[in-house]
Design a protein around this ligand. Structure first.
Ligand SMILES: [Zn+2]
Length: 382
């Protein structure tokens, strides 16, 4: 058999120019109110800006069920950016094409039971397939406009995957990263385990972890510094070359509020190392507190106030917890869950030794009163 010449590799095809870079004639649209001098340019910009804002869809198929671990104030249905305006004419397209990728919230929920349907099909709870798939759909010029990302994520993902995640290409332009740790995202929340978090350690999923955390808190309280262990999630931020700000939201239910406040007070002292002698610091930055009434599924099977295993009967008669147990029963009968509290802290880039002051030093206190519109009936209890 005669030798077969190898098939030459095809010439790499140049990427087509994005529409806004093509040299095409642009109609100045001088007959339009937007461009004939009637509407000032700055007002036109505002109208265009608001026209492409992301919104929560209200059709029945888009609204998320209320009694889930991901539905919450601000996150209650699928979202959409209407791009009809961009399709009007070339001139408007050139002025607005950057807005959808720049201004929408690029938000991801992790976990099969803690993410809405469109993000929960991925079976690997330790991965970030949703993000890979989402950013793959963007053109390179659109991806370059993505500056912010918001993750609702569980503690095990933070410890196992976050360092690797921050080294992915789609994170290179991220300037603002927000993490939300929900009530159900803490280690062993289903067993009512004490809240524990340790950005300096490679993992906290061991029995001694709570004591270890309180030891770290005590060291910090005496002015000491806890070093970062190799692989600790607190080291992940230094892989983000464009990072300017991090926000972490810490959430728990009413029964664990005091535990969370201890952690948040400690978290305010965390300094995450970056490159070139820089750190992320909360110095001079405020804190936000919000609360909301969670849905029924947020209750653990065991009463958090008296420890009763019975779904209907508590053991706290005549004890200081009696009132809380009664409140729990009443909320459950109404199909509601516990009040949840959320504390938000921000970190900004600063010199390791000398962090700048912020223009918002005051604590902002918000209270989100957004009870679900329709309550599902409580499940039948045998
Ligand atoms: Zn009880």
């Amino acid at each position: 058999m005669p030798p077969v010449d190898p098939v030459p590799d095809p010439e790499p095809q140049p990427q087509p120019l994005p529409p806004h870079e093509r040299q095409l004639e642009v109609n100045p649209q001088k007959d339009s109110l937007f461009y004939d001098g009637t509407i000032p340019a700055e007002i036109r910009d505002q109208i265009f800006f608001y026209s492409v804002q992301e919104f929560l869809k209200t059709d029945e198929a888009s609204i998320w069920p209320i009694n889930t671990r991901y539905t919450r104030p601000g996150y209650s249905s699928n979202r959409k950016v209407d791009i009809s305006l961009l399709l009007t004419c070339r001139r408007i397209y050139l002025e607005t094409c950057h807005l959808p990728a720049l201004k929408r919230e690029h938000v991801f929920f992790h976990g099969s039971s803690t993410a809405p349907q469109h993000q929960s099909q991925h079976t690997n709870n330790f991965g970030y397939d949703s993000e890979v798939e989402y950013f793959r759909q963007l053109q390179p010029w659109q991806l370059a406009l993505v500056k912010e990302i918001h993750l609702f994520t569980q503690m095990f993902w933070l410890e196992h995957t976050f360092v690797d995640f921050c080294q992915q290409d789609f994170m290179r332009n991220i300037e603002r990263l927000k993490l939300t740790i929900r009530r159900g995202d803490w280690w062993w929340n289903e067993r009512n385990h004490p809240l524990v978090i340790a950005p300096h350690r490679d993992t906290v999923q061991h029995h001694f972890c709570v004591a270890q955390m309180h030891q770290d808190i005590a060291v910090q309280g005496r002015g000491g510094v806890t070093p970062f262990a190799e692989g600790a999630w607190g080291l992940a931020f230094k892989h983000l070359p464009s990072l300017k700000e991090v926000e972490i939201e810490f959430e728990t239910s009413d029964d664990k509020k005091a535990e969370l406040e201890t952690i948040v007070k400690w978290a305010k002292t965390w300094k995450f190392p970056l490159k070139d002698g820089l750190v992320l610091s909360t110095e001079g930055l405020g804190m936000t507190t919000t609360s909301w009434q969670s849905p029924y599924c947020y209750w653990s099977h065991r009463c958090p106030y008296c420890g009763s295993h019975s779904r209907n009967h508590c053991n706290s008669e005549g004890t200081p917890n009696e009132e809380k147990c009664a409140e729990r029963s009443s909320l459950r009968l109404s199909g509601l869950g516990p009040t949840c509290y959320m504390y938000g802290l921000r970190w900004r880039v600063a010199q390791a030794a000398d962090a700048p002051r912020d223009e918002y030093p005051e604590i902002e206190r918000l209270h989100l009163q957004e009870p679900p519109l329709q309550q599902p009936p409580p499940p039948q209890v045998p």
